[in-house]
Write a protein that binds this ligand. Structure first.
Ligand code: CA
Length: 219
């Protein structure tokens, strides 16, 4: 998943950054509300982790402004222990979930998985496409009930394509989903991963739509 982390506390922020990266996510970290707002409105994140207590522009202002601009990205807010009114206002302003500091990383991961599952319209934890079953929480994939070994990027790419089956995803969209800022991307990177996925799941899984992008046909 590509995640935007908004947290002005350096210690907590760097802990969350490495935790989220170790869990297999691409993460952009910003400390200011204004940076958060411009990132949210220009990048297709799977989820945003938004601290409420930020200097200058608060997390609630970021959230309200993003929602008024039509941004539908799932947002999980981080609030202080005693700030009940922040949680209420946050949910009323368009937050999808909240966590109270301090929290366990495992709980954050579980809530993020639940959020993105809901935003993809999936009720089950598993993503299934024909004979492929993906378990995002276990980072595992099976083909005809046999485990398939995938790299982190291959895994992310497969989830993107399969959960959007029937739709065409452009190469630039997929690049944005797989890479955070500052990652160097070779121009043929996505093609290379698509090639790997076809080798592992069969060439008919992913269709190239010339000049447009890639799709996993529904039928
Ligand atoms: Ca803070």
């Amino acid at each position: 998943m590509r995640i935007l982390l908004v947290e002005d506390d350096s210690l907590l922020g760097s802990g969350l950054l490495s935790g989220l990266q170790n869990d297999g996510n691409s993460v952009d970290w910003v400390k200011k509300g204004t940076d958060a707002l411009s990132a949210i409105t220009t990048t297709p994140y799977d989820a945003v982790i938004l601290d409420i207590g930020l200097p200058e522009m608060s997390g609630l202002e970021v959230l309200s402004s993003a929602r008024s601009k039509g941004v539908t990205t799932p947002v999980l807010i981080l609030t202080a222990q005693d700030a009940v009114s922040d949680r209420v206002t946050g949910l009323d302003t368009g937050a999808d979930d909240y966590l109270t500091k301090p929290f366990e990383l495992d709980e954050l991961f579980a809530r993020l998985r639940a959020l993105t599952r809901r935003s993809r319209g999936l009720s089950s934890q598993l993503i299934q496409h024909k004979n492929i079953i993906i378990d995002p929480s276990a980072h595992s994939v099976t083909l005809d009930n046999q485990n398939v070994e995938l790299s982190r990027r291959e895994f992310s790419l497969l989830i993107e394509l399969v959960s959007s089956a029937g739709r065409v995803l452009s190469r630039s969209f997929l690049e944005e989903k797989l890479y955070s800022w500052g990652n160097e991307i070779e121009s043929n990177t996505i093609e290379v991963y698509i090639h790997h996925l076809r080798k592992k799941f069969g060439s008919e899984l992913i269709k190239t739509i010339r000049g447009v992008g890639y799709t996993v046909p529904k039928e």
